[in-house]
Design a protein around this ligand. Sequence first.
Ligand SMILES: *Cc1c(COP(=O)(O)O)cnc(C)c1O
Length: 953
Amino acid sequence: MTTAQYPTRDGGAFADRHVGPDADAERRMLETVGYSSVDDLMDAAIPEVIRWTGNLDLPPAATEEEVIAELRALADRNTVAVSMIGLGYSGTHTPAVIRRNVLENPAWYTAYTPYQPEISQGRLEALLNFQTMVTDLTGLATANASMLDEGTAAAEAMTLARRAGKSKSNVYVVDADTLPQTLAVLATRAEPLGIEVRVLDLATEPPPDDYFGLHLQYPGASGAVVDHTPLVDAAHAAGALVTVAADLLALTLLRPPGEIGADIAAGTTQRFGVPMGFGGPHAGYLAVRAGLERMLPGRLVGVSRDAAGDPAYRLALQTREQHIRREKATSNICTAQVLLAVMASMYAVYHGPVGLRAIAERTARRAAALAAGLRTVDGVEIVHEAFFDTVLARFPGRAAEVVTEARRRGVNLRLVDADQVGIACDETTTEAHLATVLDAFGAVAGQTGSPAPTDPPSALPAGLARTSDYLTHPVFRSHHSETAMLRYLRRLADLDYALDRGMIPLGSCTMKLNATTEMEPVSWPEFANVHPFAPDEQTAGYRDLVGSLEGWLAEVTGYDAVSVQPNAGSQGELAGLLAIRAYHRDRGEGHRDVCLIPSSAHGTNAASAVMAGMRVVVVGCDPDGDVDLADLDRKIEAHRDTLAAIMVTYPSTHGVYEGGIAALCAKVHDAGGQVYVDGANLNALLGYAKPGRFGADVSHLNLHKTFCIPHGGGGPGVGPVAVRAHLAPYLPGDPSGADGRPAISAARYGSAGILPIPWAYLRLMGPDGLRRATGVAVLAANYVAARLRGHFPVLYAGNKGLVAHECILDLRPLTKATGVSVDDVAKRLVDYGFHAPTMSFPVAGTLMVEPTESEDLTELDRFCDAMIAIRAEIDKVGSGEWPKGDNPLANAPHTAAMVTGDEWSHPYPRSVAGYPTGVDRRAKYWPPVRRIDGAYGDRNLVCACPPPEAFEN
Ligand SMILES: *Cc1c(COP(=O)(O)O)cnc(C)c1O
């Protein structure tokens, strides 16, 4: 295809809106790079051995209007029933002010993970609110800034208990009254680590003598509220650590885990205003007692100070994390659930402690009223006297009939077994819903005239009543009017730099357009308000959507089967490696446990390999940045009999299409290993090459990179795992455990609620649009490389000096000569109105730039111009015109307060500080804080909201 064939912007084709440069801009970019067409460029850049020249077998592109109509038709095939299934997923009212101004607001949903804290103070404050909310409600010391879901949070708690405890036992005791999907995820995660999960009914069976950890659900999956104190004390006496998986809403009324001695609390914050979404995404949480914070997995926000000594937020204790510690990390978590954590925290801000307690009390009274009504039905017995929101009704032999009768009346109940029905209340439960449930029971019992619900007090045991205060910080007591809430959300959003302000050229992260049409269906009730365990007949639209999406992803990657269950790239990695592990075992080669990982790999790779029970062996890179094939030979030779897999990223994390990939795959296969291709860089391949066809056995994709799910400030994500046929039997399965396959996340389809986004992207682009996006992404990266090469060396290149979809700018020689660091450049870019590129990954001291296809030429040029201007500034430091410690780079970023301060002693004018070349004076982004001292905050760890006085100048 030549550029002349591209349609001009007639308003019809979505691809013309998604792709930034128009035909004219594309011609100019090609001229700079030195090619006559995108296809010529791609022919030169992509090695022949991986090139795939067929047409993608996808439906042709549809217009935005057509795609919305198709999604509407799919949505209409889902039934939104009244959900009283419970089991960790509750109906909730998302306050409209939060839905519109967070979930539907690009200022929040297009932001990146807050690695550049100076431009992320808004979301960092929201996350600090989240951590404060979780620590207050659980009664523990420190909470992280979200987990992927309750099941994986419980699994991380298990491994934390193992790391932190002194016990030598490998037994993890789990109470039988635990959510079934949590049991499934625990089993999946325990097996490769040699942990024995022992599920016991602790109400009747005592724990064994020796175990390293104990998991309790509070309230139980059955609804029972039990005082766990004796079990906690017994566990501590046995040297075990205790995790309590607690419902945060219940904790407004119940004595919290921290006060019954728990070491760890885990769970979900879904019912704090986040729709069920057929299973996700929601923010899980994890909190620990004092002393365990340095072993906590996941992102943790903390308070530090900036260059002026003012308080400022940033990610704390990053040395625990996979991007630094790799195979020694506390977990493989990278993308988490930031957007959902922000929503949940804002729900707490909006309702405040009094409002939350009122919601909890109303919910508990509804459940008590239901139980009272049910007691008047002949043959029905209420199993537990003490409960919060869930009633377990015993109706021997009649449970299935009751569930059917209720479903006929529009209410979903939980069929526990032939004799028992579970009925969960939540903040959306009305008296009419209770009457419907009683009517269904009455009909089965043959009783005429429905029993009337009464309004007794809740059925919570007095001995477990919460006496301690919570959410005492003013932020939870100040924004209760809608006006105040709206302004708080706006104030925080304005502190941050997201894609709605400008380019975020983050290598490896693919910060491309998240189109509004792709986003809109996510908040439709037919997608938002479906319980993951809703009966199949109510979810036909969802299952159709998942089926076509998995099929399309298989087609574009060349694999045979796909599962969308993993809810982040890291989880897709684990799923893929577990598939490899199971495959080897089934062939009698269970001893294969070595995973080769190039030194340039993303940190999640090594961390995931360890979680899959593998040993990591690092393969070096050659001076060109490619995998060193000679070192590969040596490592294969050394581990030939135990080689399980190699994990490589393609194109490499160095942003290059490596010519040696086919040979690499062949070498590993010859030695009996499997090839895992990390698909995070698929934006450089779609339509031009298929990993499943050039030798790989399994990949994960990042739908929050290549397929337009917004980053949300650090999640949600979807990390589907794609495999060739021989690995298909080992893909993730139903967390109900019915199919004997691993449960990678708590819900069958993971973060199903955001799957309409990639579905819409694929439908809108069609085969030609996807190919064009890839071509323009590669063109844009080469354009940036061509423009900047004379100012900053481009570290690696492949065929004909071309890069793939990103390029690494090497600052090390300049740093050596002038002392100006990669940090200085990143922070100075803020003054110029940009988010910094990826810093020091995969090579320390460099910046990795990924422009994506969605940035137009004006924005690409604005970025290149800023970088060139910064280079001139570096030269002024180098020449001594500006002193090393006091120049616009060392002092960046500059706040408005600094630039307008009454004193100015710096050797450059204020205008250079605040309005450097090319900055639009009417549209200047001012960071709210100066450069943040991260180490100070790690030494003085504070991970909850500081008192307001801390901000008084
Ligand atoms: C982003 C990324 C990952 C991790 O994906 P998450 O969704 O953040 O867990 C893994 N590998 C590479 C190369 C990546 O860029």
